[in-house]
Design a protein around this ligand. Structure first.
Ligand SMILES: [Fe+2]
Ligand SMILES: [Fe+2]
Length: 190
């Protein structure tokens, strides 16, 4: 069964802490998907597998991405850790034969968000950022908004947190795709 294999695969690729984060992302994503009208099984699967490339060294991520024909953006060349979602999507497609483009896109876009992303992608993005083991300041507010049915506001806050965190962390850069996505949502909320 695919879920069991995905579970074992994630476990084999990740440290205990990050594996637990992945399971929590899957479970929280499942609940969000149910609440917000998206297929929960697809959110669960994407959540389980979203970080399978997260512990690859930056140099390997870069080489893998090049090898797989991923067109690298400037930010991804400068900070190859940003590629861990896109590389994970390729690994998952090959390892599991997952053909579901929606699931693959959700894995690929969980790091930065993506223009014209689907609700499934947004749910996996948020589940990754605020699953219950996430305790940084700001995570609780996003969970609260999600609990109140305020999906768009939660998404805006989740993106704001991500941009702020990246700006404040040494070794990270602010990804322009995240800024574009943030601005698109921000202008719809006055
Ligand atoms: Fe990640
Ligand atoms: Fe994650």
């Amino acid at each position: 069964m695919i879920y069991k294999r995905a579970f074992e695969f994630a476990k084999s690729m990740l440290s205990q802490d990050r594996f637990e984060h992945s399971v929590s992302t899957a479970e929280y994503g499942y609940e969000l998907a149910r609440r917000y009208g998206v297929d929960p099984d697809r959110a669960y699967l994407a959540g389980l597998l979203h970080d399978v490339a997260r512990e690859m060294p930056p140099g390997s991520l870069y080489l893998q991405a090049r090898k797989q024909g991923i067109i690298l953006r400037r930010e991804e060349r400068d900070c190859p850790l940003l590629l861990h979602g896109k590389v994970a999507a390729v690994i998952v497609e090959k390892e599991f034969g997952i053909k579901d483009k929606g699931v693959l896109n959700a894995i690929a876009s969980h790091v930065t968000g993506r223009r014209h992303w689907t609700k499934l992608e947004q749910i996996v993005y948020l589940a990754d950022k605020v699953e219950p083991t996430r305790t940084y300041p700001g995570a609780g507010i996003v969970r609260e908004l999600l609990g109140q049915g305020e999906f768009e506001r939660a998404l805006l806050e989740g993106l704001r947190n991500a941009i702020t965190y990246a700006a404040q962390s040494k070794g990270w850069i602010v990804d322009t795709e995240t800024v574009v996505v943030f601005n698109e949502i921000a202008k719809t909320q006055t």
